[in-house]
Design a protein around this ligand. Structure first.
Ligand code: PEP
Ligand code: MG
Length: 551
């Protein structure tokens, strides 16, 4: 048995096999092979594997999004099996005596360029598909996972670090736990672990060698340890803990359908944070009252090019309809800093967290912004959607945003397209500047949602991505808690409601404090809704305030 330590970012126990996740970027080298026939056979085996994976993706997508949305995986199967593509790969291997990876990469390039040069928009669009299937074939040849978890059973994912664009592609049903060598307590890997309600350990000095793949292990998210090939004693002990966890979850199940109201009658809305439509199942399963933060930038991160209005509309509409009249707060794209998409071609910056990100990109590229706003407004006809803008620092910004929203509404009116004319507009309070002018900002909008992840970063001057600063990171810093009180007071004075959608909102040790401050809503990872409800139901806010000397 080998015991490794790290920093636990979400508690719980996971028992299963390790799965060493390989990065998506795969550099293909040209290598000479002595047996071209064997290499062609290797290519065909990879081709069969790719077709099998695509069939599985097709079946899954049919269940999740219906046949129309799944068609792409069927089309990809045909492309992998295309006679011209196969001939080209075989020819290169045969004539040049090179490895299959290189032959596939070269064929992919040629076909990609061929499609891109076509006049027809439809065929131009197929260039991206060629790239996709080529990457899949290379992944199959190299045995790397390219975002997919290739395993029949759920596994403990072990990685150097995980970028949001990688986690977004992973099949969540196949993940028992995350263990990463790097990553910070406040990074998106941690957020994902909380969303999924699974234990996660970061900063763990675990080997990423192939030998680790498939080894039995236990992740203990209470003590921050990974037991590789555990002894029978440890296995039995942890199985006992796992059983207790299961029982705790069963108790929480009983809270489903209950109101979020304190003993003395104070209500609070408990909403869920999501990154994509795949999280919807978890939102409904955990009985969330709505969606308080839809991180729409994940649509952009999962794409090779700017998502079109139609693509976005389909997603927002799906979310609105799935939530069936419950509130859905869509945050406009918050790209930049730790969430980069190549096609934005953002300039390299010394301090990306303080650079061109989020609303700043939208205000400097109004076309991108308007496309998203049109898609959201159109979807608002199908449910109860609100729009929220990130990284606000001034009243002028909010006024400019409202002008742009009005312009888009006028365009929709002119086109006779319906949308919710009274759609709520809100802003995220993530900068100290916004805190200081909360009341003025509140007069301009319907609601606030505090992004404590960024607000903490900017208040404590601690990069949320920098793992080495975790010891300095005090999530309960009195300066920050005072700000949270200022925000809710400013909101109410200015006529807006206020919620918290950063990670601090799910900190159960602060729930009473947030109720005492007067917050109207907490939006948290779906898995935290029921534990939060339990605290709300057990709280007497009046007594708590007396106890603390607030009244
Ligand atoms: C936050 O900053 O607290 C927040 C909710 O937004 P994100 O984590 O996506 O930056
Ligand atoms: Mg933020």
């Amino acid at each position: 048995m080998n015991v490794l330590e790290g920093k636990a970012v979400f508690e719980g126990i996971a028992i299963g096999k390790l799965y060493v996740y390989k990065k998506k970027e795969q550099s293909v080298k040209r290598e000479k092979v002595s047996d071209a026939k064997a290499e062609i056979e290797r290519y065909h085996a990879a081709k069969d594997m790719a077709i099998k994976q695509l069939q599985e993706l097709y079946d899954k997508a049919v269940k999740e999004v219906g046949e129309a949305g799944a068609e792409i995986f069927e089309a990809h199967q045909f492309m992998v099996d295309d006679g011209d593509y196969i001939d080209s790969v075989e020819n290169i291997i045969q004539s040049e005596g090179v490895n299959a990876e290189f032959a596939v990469a070269q064929t992919g390039d040629v076909f990609h360029n061929m499609f891109i040069e076509m006049d027809d928009e439809y065929f131009k669009g197929r260039a991206t598909d060629v790239k996709d299937i080529t990457e899949r074939l290379i992944s199959c040849l190299m045995g790397s996972s390219s975002g997919d978890i290739v395993s029949d059973e759920p596994v403990i994912v072990v990685a150097d670090d995980l970028a949001p664009s990688e986690t977004v592609q992973m099949d969540k049903e196949k993940i028992l736990s995350f263990v990463t060598v790097h990553g910070s307590a406040n990074s998106h890997t941690s957020i994902l672990a909380k969303t999924m309600n699974i234990p996660a350990i970061i900063g763990c000095d675990i080997s990423l060698s192939d030998e680790m793949d498939g080894k039995e292990a236990i992740v203990d998210g209470f003590e921050g340890k990974v037991y590789v090939e555990p002894t029978t004693e440890i296995l039995e002990e942890k199985k006992g803990l796992l059983q207790k966890e299961i029982e705790k979850k069963e108790l929480l199940e009983k809270l489903k359908g209950k109101d979020n109201v304190t003993i003395d009658g104070q209500r609070i809305n408990l909403y869920a944070n999501i990154g994509n439509t795949k999280d919807l199942g978890l939102v409904l399963k955990n009985d969330a009252g709505g969606i308080g933060l839809f991180r729409s930038e994940f649509i952009y991160l999962g794409a090779d090019d700017y998502p079109t209005e139609e693509e976005q509309f389909a997603i927002y509409k799906q979310v609105a309809q799935a939530m069936n009249k419950k509130k859905v707060i869509i945050r406009t794209l918050d790209i930049g800093a730790d969430k980069q998409a190549d096609y934005f071609n953002l300039p390299k910056e010394e301090n990306p967290a303080m650079g061109l990100r989020a609303i700043r990109i939208c205000l400097t590229s109004p076309d991108i912004f308007k496309t998203q706003l049109r898609a959201i407004l159109r979807a608002s006809a199908y449910g109860n959607i609100s729009i929220m803008f990130p990284m606000i620092i001034s009243v002028d910004e909010v006024k400019r945003i409202k002008e742009i929203v009005s312009e888009v509404k006028a365009e929709l009116d002119a086109d006779g397209i319906s949308y919710d004319k009274d759609i709520e507009l809100g802003i995220m309070i993530e900068t100290p500047a916004a805190v200081m002018i909360a009341e003025e900002l509140a007069k301009e909008v319907d609601f606030f949602s505090v992004g404590t992840n960024d607000l903490t970063q900017y208040t404590l001057a601690i990069d949320r991505q920098n793992q080495s600063l975790d010891d300095f990171y005090d999530a309960h810093h009195p300066g920050l808690l005072r700000m949270l009180k200022m925000i809710v007071d400013g909101a109410h004075k200015g006529g807006a409601w206020a919620g918290i959608c950063g990670e601090l909102g799910s900190d159960l040790s602060l729930t009473k404090e947030f109720l005492a401050m007067g917050y109207d809503e907490l939006s948290v990872s779906p898995g935290r809704i029921l534990p939060l409800r339990q605290v709300v139901l057990e709280t007497n806010v009046g007594e708590y305030k007396k106890e603390k000397g607030y009244i």
